[in-house]
Design a protein around this ligand. Sequence first.
Ligand SMILES: C[S@@+](CC[C@H](N)C(=O)[O-])C[C@H]1O[C@@H](n2cnc3c(N)ncnc32)[C@H](O)[C@@H]1O
Length: 285
Amino acid sequence: MHIPVLATEIIEALAIEPGKIYVDGTTGGAGHSKMILEGKPEHLYSFDQDKEVIDRLEATKDWSLVHSNFKNIWSYGKENNVKINGGILLDLGLSSIQLDDPNRGFSFKYESDLDMRMDQGLEFSAKDIVNQYNEKDLADIIYRYGEERKSRQIAAAIIKYRPFDTSNKLADLIKIIYARGSNGKTFRIHPATRTYQALRIEVNKELEVLEEFLELDFDVLESGAVLAIISFHSLEDRIVKNAFKKYVSECKLELLCKKPIIAKEEEISQNPRSRSAKLRLARVL
Ligand SMILES: C[S@@+](CC[C@H](N)C(=O)[O-])C[C@H]1O[C@@H](n2cnc3c(N)ncnc32)[C@H](O)[C@@H]1O
């Protein structure tokens, strides 16, 4: 079961009430979407770029399901004459539905195709990156998106031992690199975690689509609408912080919190994913 992160804080900030229109840009297990619906808004549009996520759900008269990237919220709003006066939520990253699916290649636990595309229509998968990128580009991605200090060693080993087809084969290689010189010490997280995160971010162009979304369209957003963005990576959080700052200086947004909101200890103990969550909130002026 996917537990919605920072649920209380999100519901409080979105101030859901009849007459208001909301967008959940990252539906996933629909935990947040269902909570928004409980507040009886005028309408909720729930986006997800993953067709399997959307197909699991059933729309109602108050709830539209949109199989699309959240960067398309603005064009969707224009084409369908939707004015967002309630707010938009983004809960970035991967859902547990995707992570736990042995056929999607997100988890190194399974012997699955090294895929990692959240949108099955994307042309490029993790397998293409691992088998085609040059050593420098691989090292740069693994370092930048994964904050992996052994990025160069991992990239060199990938070049040496590729091609890679399955998810667990690459993870095993990274484990071997870490095991060298570890003197039998065990690791808090699997040594492949950071490299996998980096590949996922590159496959799905996660930073680029966030930047595109943050080219906000104030013809679609109405005054009072709240933007709530939960990120799990320092690069994502920086992008959100800088974009909000720019709009504040242009008098288009006001910040609802100066510092990002983080999960309380109680939530972290029940839902470890919330540990690295950072929520930023702003309201359209
Ligand atoms: C962390 S989950 C969301 C969980 C959800 N808030 C809940 O409570 O169940 C992230 C979801 O966002 C989707 N997603 C990630 N990036 C996206 C994007 N750029 N456009 C649309 N959906 C995206 C993923 O496919 C995934 O299903």
